[in-house]
Design a protein around this ligand. Structure first.
Ligand SMILES: [Zn+2]
Length: 230
């Protein structure tokens, strides 16, 4: 019995979990307001792919009556379960609200899809929300903005600036995120194993017939961060 427990612990340490005595935690993702599941799922995929951390849907939350994002986010944070490290809310307020709010000490970040998606197509909205989501998740684990311009955590002024920015962490920020997430006992996804499994499973069948008018998949550039100049 004792030996078995030791083996379980050894396995957990091998998996890189510092808080080996507790089950791994995940980031919760909730919607608030009129947000389609397919859109939320695309954003969830983006966040998992570019952070390497597990992001799990939780119950939708009600938008505050006046659409107030801070009130909505706080209410979402109250639903956090034991195995949820923090919550990211995808909100679609109908009143004028900021682009997003993140209060790391209250363990929530909330994104304004109304503002992020104003006058742009869904692909661009997904990328913008993904970028802002990465920023929120990095703040939730205690990271600061990055001075490197080819990093999604760099400084910016307005929503449109996101389109010119990297969609991803720079390598040092990715390393920092992974280390901090591991220290917090957050479940990390083995991206290489997942990619290998996807290759083994063969090409994915498209659910819908191809639309000749659809923009090409590369319509929105997603530059890879380049290594810093020596
Ligand atoms: Zn960076």
């Amino acid at each position: 019995m004792k030996k078995m427990w030791m083996m379980v612990l050894a396995g957990a340490f091998a998996a890189g979990l510092v808080r080996a005595e507790e089950p791994p935690r995940v980031f919760a993702l909730a919607t608030a307001g009129d947000v389609e599941f397919e859109l939320a799922e695309r954003i969830r995929n983006y966040l998992e792919e570019y952070t390497g951390a597990a992001v799990r849907f939780t119950e939708p939350v009600d938008l505050a009556e006046d659409g107030n994002l801070e009130v909505t986010g706080r209410a979402a944070a109250e639903t956090l379960k034991d195995d949820e490290f923090g919550i990211v809310v995808l909100a679609r307020p109908t009143t004028d609200q900021p682009q997003g709010i993140c209060l790391p000490h209250e363990r929530f970040g909330i994104l304004n899809l109304t503002r992020l998606g104003q006058d742009v197509e869904e692909d661009r909205l997904v990328r913008r929300a993904g970028q802002d989501g990465l920023r929120v998740m990095s703040m939730l684990v205690g990271m600061s903005p990055c001075p490197f311009p080819l990093c999604v955590l760099t400084y910016f002024n307005q929503t449109e600036d996101l389109d010119m920015m990297s969609g991803n962490f720079c390598p040092p920020c990715q390393d920092r995120f992974t280390r901090l997430a591991r220290e917090e006992g957050i479940l990390l996804i083995d991206r290489e194993a997942r990619a290998a499994a996807a290759v083994a499973a063969g090409p994915v069948e498209a659910g819908a017939p191809e639309d000749p008018d659809a923009p090409p998949a590369e319509a929105i550039p997603m530059p890879e961060p380049e290594p810093a100049a020596p």
